[in-house]
Design a protein around this ligand. Structure first.
Ligand code: NAD
Ligand code: UDP
Length: 345
């Protein structure tokens, strides 16, 4: 049974993991929460390719089964349908906690669930890590810097975040998760890794994700208006997914003393208007650029200082924006040619 969805199946997956764990010590048992999402599915694929046993746990709120369909060929892959807001138990050597909607329209659609996912979900996973002696990595975010007054953003900057705006469920939820991670580390000796991810894009984003790169590409390919919010002078730094996933794994296997937080992102900084122009040019689209209102609390600028990741992980991004956009455009081109009902499977 490929998709499992109750507590009993979680326990049976645990048993299978226990048995396999004993016979194949070289291969780690790795839990990826949010494994059916954009980043999570790429991470599962990389870890399976490296010979590990991977449990992908997801509530499929924004994740898609199509993202992980091709991973079925690995007999070391298990999928569990579960919400991390509910407690869970399974054997794991490492846990990557990626479960959380990441796109503003998605995390704002049910803000209470978003805070619960960030806070109660992290608590449940930290309890699991403490119980099972697993190392645990938290996918934190550049949103912890809010609308930053320090530029570029260094890890030592405490941020500028509204505690009760439309973005707060995500920003404050992720900040509280960092607090929980550090307190479990200090009080209970859990090995933690915190990564602050800056805007990342690439194949397997949903066409209705709502974030800027997928919106612009889908609009351009369909010949629809390209929606620039505000005057388009706000900036973001866009990292291609393969670079980001490489950084996540490097951080996970780094010495225990490196807890983070560590910024991962591509320091190339672009205005949103420049991004729209690049997408039009690369797709050869005839779409027009139209202005729409700037969302409340939309950060003005964003660029990571990645010297810590360079120094401690030997990591730097290798895919520039035009090459990454070209790959992403090819992905969406293929996806949009499928029958409509298959696109969001
Ligand atoms: P995504 O929405 O594609 O993936 C999130 C996954 O988590 C989905 O598969 C979703 O179904 C699952 N999920 C959500 N709530 C859950 C819950 N309560 N229990 C179980 N599963 C749940 O987003 P993504 O871009 O892949 O982001 C993955 C992680 O990385 C998130 O934690 C996000 O906050 C973080 N992050 C991403 C970016 C980025 O630019 N992509 C930037 C900063 C941080
Ligand atoms: N944005 C835009 N048009 C869109 C979607 C987003 O102009 O169709 C803008 C948005 O206002 C923000 C930037 O692009 O300034 C990045 O938005 P996204 O939602 O991708 O990420 P975040 O704001 O969380 O960094």
């Amino acid at each position: 049974n490929y998709f499992r969805n109750d507590a009993r199946s979680i326990l049976s997956a645990t048993k299978e993991n226990d048995e396999a764990g004993r016979s194949r010590k070289r291969h780690k048992r790795i839990l990826v929460t949010g494994g059916a999402g954009f980043l999570g599915s790429h991470l599962c694929e990389l870890l399976l390719g490296a010979g590990h046993q991977v449990v992908c746990l997801d509530n499929f709120s924004t994740g898609l089964r199509r993202n992980i369909a091709r991973l079925k060929r690995f007999d070391t892959f298990r999928v569990i349908a579960h919400d991390i807001v509910e407690p869970l138990d399974l054997e794991a050597d490492e846990i990557y906690n990626l479960a959380c909607p990441a796109s503003p329209p998605h995390y704002q659609a049910d803000p209470i669930q978003t805070t619960k996912t960030c806070v109660i979900g992290s608590l449940n996973l930290l309890e699991l890590a403490a119980r099972r002696g697993a190392r645990i990595l938290q996918a934190s975010t550049s949103e912890v810097y809010g609308d930053p007054q320090v530029h570029p953003q260094v890890e030592a900057y405490w941020g500028n975040v509204n505690s009760f705006g439309p973005r707060s469920c995500y920003d404050e939820g992720k900040r509280c998760a960092e607090t929980l991670f550090f307190d479990f580390h200090k009080a209970r000796g859990v090995e933690i890794k915190i990564v602050r991810i800056f805007n990342t894009y690439g194949p397997r984003m949903r066409p209705d994700d709502g974030r800027v790169v997928s919106n612009f590409i889908v609009q351009a390919l369909k010949g629809e208006d390209i929606t620039v919010y505000g005057d388009g002078s706000q900036t973001r730094s866009f990292c291609f997914v393969d670079d980001l996933i490489d950084g996540l794994v490097r951080l996970m296997v780094s010495p225990a003393s490196l807890t983070g937080p560590v910024n991962l992102g591509n320091p190339g900084e672009f205005t949103i208007a420049e991004l729209a122009e690049q997408v039009i040019q690369l797709t050869g689209s005839r779409s027009r650029i139209v202005r729409q209102p700037l969302p409340v609390d939309d950060p003005r600028q964003r660029r990571p200082d990645i010297s810590l990741a360079g120094r401690e992980l030997g990591w730097r991004p290798t895919v520039d924006l035009s090459a990454g956009l070209a790959q992403t455009i090819r992905y969406f081109d293929g996806l949009l040619s499928l029958p409509r009902r298959n696109v969001l499977e």
